[in-house]
Design a binder for this molecule. Structure first.
Ligand code: PMP
Length: 306
């Protein structure tokens, strides 16, 4: 088909892309009861490699816990299925989407005897917000929508239903001419983007909202903290960041498996720093791409070569 991929792994089998279908009374469709991951395969100097697969897989299983969902496959089986799927389709740089969800049985909010269905798809993918965004940064809008509080729904689980909030915030931003949103938490502090964590640079130090700020514990966030500390930066990763601190930041950037490291050059009507990618962002972004494209031997443990 158009994306040059023809196979999806579903419930233990490889099926044709067009046959990867579910029933319309699937629980997850009605109640948002799915968990998922977004993972990148990089075309590295040493061949195609999945970046931090083990951490994504761990988060995938952990996301099921509040929902008592039982993935009927061992982690090693999902790893094998994924590697096999990527090889079969000769993928070099791709996005990988594992998903598990309550399936089809008698419909009701209680999942009862609904099975847990599991699928893994992968397709070629480039920069999520575009190459231009990586170099020049993006304009973002502080959304009028607040992020759901972790007292309302576990925000550290990557649950499908949570993403209606991301859609509302992101589409509001785009309707208003911005590329992406920043979402504040219930307390009015900075939480994250619709699908990104956020970092602030001030006086040569890094700040990112702590895990109690209703954020997803991002794997790219963790990667950037590690890379920054290795380069001697002080990283404050357990802080609250007020809305006003966005305006006075020297630099801001988003992180995410999709967004990678994307500079933010404007928030609402306010230019950040001089309105372009800042030097700390550029250094860490370069370190990130050197890492994921394997122009360094550092952190080889983070790569699953396919
Ligand atoms: N926050 C949210 C809400 C997300 O959806 C994502 C993307 N998974 C992130 C942060 C970034 O997480 P990661 O770096 O693990 O992709």
């Amino acid at each position: 088909d158009e994306m040059d991929v023809d196979t999806i792994w579903m419930d233990g089998e490889f099926v044709d892309w067009d046959d990867a279908q579910i029933h319309v009374l699937t629980h997850g469709l009605h109640y948002g009861t799915g968990v998922f991951e977004g993972v990148r395969l990089y075309d590295t100097e040493k061949g195609p490699a999945i970046f931090r697969w083990e951490e994504h897989l761990e988060r995938f299983y952990e996301s099921t816990k509040p929902y008592e969902m039982d993935i009927p496959f061992e982690p090693a089986e999902l790893t094998e299925a994924t590697v096999d799927l990527l090889r079969r389709q000769d993928l070099e740089a791709a996005y990988i989407r594992p998903i598990a969800f309550y399936g089809y049985d008698t419909l009701g909010v209680s999942p009862g005897d609904c099975p847990t269905n599991v699928a893994i798809a992968a397709w070629p993918w480039g920069a999520y917000l575009g190459e231009d965004a990586l170099e020049n940064g993006i304009e973002v809008m502080v959304s009028s929508w607040r992020k759901h509080s972790s007292s309302q729904i576990p925000t550290n689980a990557k649950t499908t239903g949570l993403y209606v909030n991301s859609l509302l915030a992101g589409e509001e931003a785009r309707r208003n001419g911005y590329r992406e949103a920043i979402v504040l938490n219930k307390e009015g502090n900075v939480a994250e983007g619709p699908g990104e964590n956020i970092f602030l640079v001030r006086d040569g130090e890094l700040f990112t909202p702590g895990l109690s700020e209703s954020i997803l514990d991002g794997i790219t966030r963790n990667t950037l903290i590690t890379l920054a500390e290795e380069r001697g930066y002080e990283v404050h990763d357990n802080v609250s960041i007020s809305r006003g601190e966005l305006n006075t930041a020297d630099e801001l950037f988003f992180t995410g498996s999709a967004a990678e490291v994307t500079p933010i050059r404007q928030v609402d009507n306010v230019e950040i720093g001089d309105g372009s990618r800042g030097p700390v962002t550029e250094e860490l972004q370069q370190a990130f791409f050197d890492l994921v494209e394997r122009r360094t031997d550092d952190h080889d443990e983070w790569f699953t070569y396919v």
